[in-house]
Design a protein. Sequence first.
Length: 277
Amino acid sequence: MDLWEAVWKSGILGAVQGLTEFLPVSSSGHLTFLQIIGLNFGEGMTTFINVMMHLGTLIAVIAVFWRDILALFKKPFKTLLMLIVATIPAGVVGLLFNDEIDAFFSGPTALLNLAVCFAVTGLLLLVAELVAKRRQKQPHALGWGSSISMGLMQAVALFPGISRSGSTIVAGTLTGAKREDVAKFSFLMSIPVILGSFAVEVVGVVREPSAVAQIGTNGFIGIAIGVVLAAVFGFLAIRLMLRAIRKANYIWFSVYLVCLSLTCFWLNALGIFPVAA
């Protein structure tokens, strides 16, 4: 892969990752979709590239919420403990079923599976739009029930196309917790998940270095640029999502996901991309 190809592919993936990670539309679903239609670095590299792009959005979360991150380590540590417990479901599911999830979005049914997951996220957001405003008339502080519900939904969101931010925010909002608290907790929840995914990928590289050798020097330069763009666009997306949360206006995100789902169904029916990256 030449340098120019690596740069423009990674640039697009990084920008899309940054914009979609914190909007309720599934960043992993968008990255998987783009790689299916040709923006990839070689067979079997989908998960590795996705994790690398997620590092950019991790930087964005830290840049926006660094004060809240420091506050986690001050007594009485309740939020930190809730964050640890909420991370457990995704950690367990990721460790036990990572290969199965990857396989689910590889091969001739990848687009069809993505279409279903995008549709599910769109439905979740529609439910939130219809129900959340009634549940938010007397909101309460985020507690254990809300955090556990959000943690369970984060595990479900390991499937590309199921939005992590969307599903966790919907879960927390429907429990009646304050929208701002739910959004902040959802963004903080992404930190251990991204770090865990990165650690798993690093272990894989150490065990089988040949698996990513095909990327080459140019590929890694391109990936580095993608990570920077993911951080920049992620920072902007967090600011945008915090505004959307206050208004609880999810309908346009839902419409967008339904359109994207229909596009995946259509491309799958045409058979233009029979095998995923």
